[in-house]
Design a protein. Structure first.
Length: 213
């Protein structure tokens, strides 16, 4: 019986060792797989932006109201008080996008008032949606930079008979500046607003937020 007990212990030990080895290797493989997925995500960020492209989902966002990760703009370029195209209005939208990219990402809805009323991009006076899209894309390329387009996903969504542009931004892995009248401006998200920081504060923020590793 002593021999049988010894054999049983040896067999049990061998089984436990095998199981440990199996799960260790499985854990290693899982970690390896996660690492590979992480690398793929970093190289293809736009593929992994969560889409809220149904009118119902966008209405839910509007009901939440503006916060650190959601902002509304009534128009892209039209000043609703003067009825004219206004660079300051364009700048306001671009500042929000840059702030989202420099912070933790977020969603900008163009065609929605501060109070959550759906005004639609029609107020911007473009001939059609394609021209709106082209103008918006050109603004990003010229004022922010082509290299940041992969960090954004934008589309027009028809809600209550009006078009709303949903711009979803993913956190950038490098600092993003807004070109403005020959200068470069740096914005971050603080609460429900986009805050410009200047001078040494930019350097401090970049060192803290974008440090390697």
């Amino acid at each position: 019986s002593f021999a049988i007990t010894n054999l049983t212990l040896v067999a049990t030990g061998a089984l436990l060792s095998s199981l440990f080895g199996y799960f260790y290797m499985k854990g290693y493989k899982m970690k390896l797989m996660k690492d590979m997925i992480g690398i793929f995500k970093n190289k293809n960020p736009n593929l992994f932006i969560e889409k809220t492209d149904s009118p119902e989902e966008v209405l839910k966002l509007i009901k939440r109201g503006e916060n650190e990760k959601i902002e509304f703009k009534s128009t892209l370029r039209a000043n609703l008080h003067t009825g004219e195209h206004d660079k300051k209005v364009e700048n306001a939208a671009l500042k929000t996008i840059v702030a989202f990219l420099n912070s933790e990402g977020g969603i900008l809805l163009i065609g929605v008032s501060d109070k959550g009323e759906i005004s639609g991009i029609e107020k911007d006076g473009f001939e059609d949606n394609d021209k709106f899209n082209r103008h918006f894309t050109n603004l990003i390329k010229e004022r922010i930079g082509n290299e940041y387009l992969p960090y954004m996903n934008f589309e027009l969504i028809l809600i209550e008979g009006k078009n709303v542009m949903r711009v979803e931004c993913r956190k950038s892995d490098k600092p993003v500046f807004l070109k403005c009248d020959g200068n470069e401006e740096f914005y971050i998200r603080v609460g429900a607003s986009s805050l410009q920081i200047i001078g040494s504060k930019i350097l401090e923020y970049i060192q803290h937020k974008f440090k390697s590793g």
